[in-house]
Design a protein around this ligand. Structure first.
Ligand code: GAR
Length: 202
């Protein structure tokens, strides 16, 4: 019998995408995997509280106290202790190096708040992405879920959803619309799709 894929969600802040994943698990949209662990590089992230409220195990690994390799070593050890098969980056604001990614090749996915290849890569995260879209003057933006490789936001695309810019949009109003109309929908759907595929292999 196929077992459920063990998922870890990596977060840094408010965790609304984590909430969307938790809700999708409750409603059955995600049924081929189960969120076993939530890890934050920031011990004060509200996302950790969301995980606790849902009775999901948490870990905080404070990045600023560690070198990159120490951080990744601790992360790898907590992931392997919990027998994690799939890592979901949901508002995780740290870069992971190739040596880390190698351990989870094609087993790490990320949500990015634009239509990749626009407004992505180094320096494009959070509100900055929406500031860049508005200042360029695009009429359509959106969100992308993709596999993570050594190129920032450069891995294979799994799902995308478009969102129209509206008259008078600010980075904040646009961020909210992209989250509600794109990220919170495609992240759970893409997670289920990848879990279904991985489920055949584990
Ligand atoms: C989300 O919009 C996510 O796509 C973005 O940060 C926000 C986190 O919000 N991630 C990136 O920009 C990564 N490059 P959340 O903590 O409420 O999910």
């Amino acid at each position: 019998m196929k077992r459920k894929v063990n998922i870890a969600v990596l977060v840094s802040g408010g965790g609304t995408n984590l909430q969307a994943l938790i809700d999708a698990q409750k409603s059955g949209i995600i049924h081929s995997g189960e969120i076993r662990l939530v890890v934050s590089n920031n011990p004060n992230a509200y996302a950790l509280q969301r995980a606790k409220n849902a009775n999901i195990k948490t870990a905080a690994i404070e990045k600023k106290k560690l070198s990159q390799s120490e951080f990744e070593k601790e992360l790898l050890s907590v992931l392997s202790e919990n027998e994690i098969d799939l890592i979901i980056l949901a508002g995780f604001m740290c870069i992971l190096t190739e040596s880390f990614i190698e351990h989870y090749r094609d087993r790490i996915i990320n949500v990015h708040p634009s239509l990749i290849p626009s407004f992505c890569g180094k320096g494009f995260y959070g509100l900055r992405v929406h500031e860049a879209a508005l200042s360029y003057g695009v009429k359509v933006t959106g969100a992308t879920v993709h596999f993570v490789n050594e190129i920032p936001d450069g891995g294979k695309i799994i799902m995308q959803k478009a969102v129209y810019i509206e008259e008078g949009d600010t980075p904040e109003t646009l961020q909210k619309r992209v989250m509600e109309n794109a990220e919170w929908i495609i992240l759970p759907e893409a997670a289920e799709k990848v879990c279904e595929e991985i489920g055949e292999e584990i």
